[in-house]
Design a protein around this ligand. Structure first.
Ligand SMILES: NC(=O)c1ccc[n+]([C@@H]2O[C@H](COP(=O)([O-])OP(=O)(O)OC[C@H]3O[C@@H](n4cnc5c(N)ncnc54)[C@H](OP(=O)(O)O)[C@@H]3O)[C@@H](O)[C@H]2O)c1
Length: 239
């Protein structure tokens, strides 16, 4: 494995084909959800920005759309409960809110794939440190409260700034783990649509502990080397 800086690669502004799968993001008014909403919309997904407040969601939707007028992004805004009616859900809240947020919209999550991108991290005396949630990871905690949904952990290491800059490819491997094969596959399929991202199947949800914790290392590297580091694994052949 090595960690590389993210190169600047210009992307053209050809409008993408609309993909029929609807994505609902819970807690998408923060940097991570906002960036993912913009990126997924830019590659053709119908995206709903969810928030506890529809007005905040509308504000963020308007910010994204006006930042990229040439992309003609199709993004809607809603309260979390309505965003959860989409086909696939992403949880982008702080780590200690993820399970509660998932449970608050659980009535719409039955049988759906739910991607959790939350990292449990604390900054102690200027240093980033991983926290270990009671079930070992945020994703496992979320899975425990929505047991008939298929939780996948992914997107922990991609910085919001790079993800949300639609003029550039993202250039990163993304580790995906889940106890449900269909969740790993569908999450990987979705991520493959984002130019520069290579999703990698990192096994069962127990590995979310290591994946989430490693985010603290990346943040520490970013801070130490004043950069935005991203993951690239060597030795894995392209299929
Ligand atoms: N930022 C990054 O570069 C990045 C990259 C990869 C992964 N992540 C992970 O992604 C997650 C989100 O990151 P972020 O920086 O976007 O976080 P954030 O700005 O702190 O929070 C995102 C949104 O979550 C909602 N929220 C906050 N507290 C909540 C609560 N108690 N219950 C329900 N919703 C709540 C808020 O939306 P409303 O108030 O509108 O409801 C907030 O705007 C984090 O766990 C982070 O570790 C971040």
């Amino acid at each position: 494995m090595y960690i590389k800086n993210i190169p600047l690669v210009f992307r053209g502004s050809i409008l993408p084909k609309i993909i029929s799968m609807k994505i609902g993001l819970i807690g998408a008014t923060g940097p991570a959800g906002k960036a993912l909403a913009a990126r997924l919309s830019s590659v053709g997904y119908e995206v709903t920005i969810g928030s506890r407040s529809k007005y905040r969601a509308l504000e963020i939707r308007d910010e994204i759309v006006s930042a990229w007028p040439e992309k003609e992004l199709k993004i809607t805004a809603a309260e979390n409960i309505d965003a959860a009616k989409a086909d696939l859900i992403v949880i982008a809240t702080p780590w200690d809110a993820a399970a509660t947020a998932a449970r608050s919209v659980a009535e719409h999550l039955h049988g759906k794939i739910v991607i959790c991108m939350s990292n449990a991290i604390a900054r102690v005396a200027g240093e980033f440190q991983p926290l270990v949630p009671p079930r070992g990871s945020v994703a496992a905690t979320v899975q425990s409260v929505i047991q008939d949904s298929y939780v996948a952990a992914a997107m922990h290491h991609v910085p919001a700034n790079e993800l949300g800059d639609l003029n550039e490819d993202v250039e990163s491997d993304v580790l995906v783990c889940s106890d449900h094969r269909n969740a790993t596959e569908k999450t990987s399929e979705l991520l493959t649509k984002i130019p520069g991202i290579r999703p990698l199947d990192a096994g069962g949800l127990s590995n979310a502990t290591a994946i989430e914790a490693f985010s603290a290392v990346i943040l520490q590297l970013n801070s130490r080397y004043k950069t935005r580091a991203a993951l690239r694994f060597i030795g894995i052949e392209e299929k």
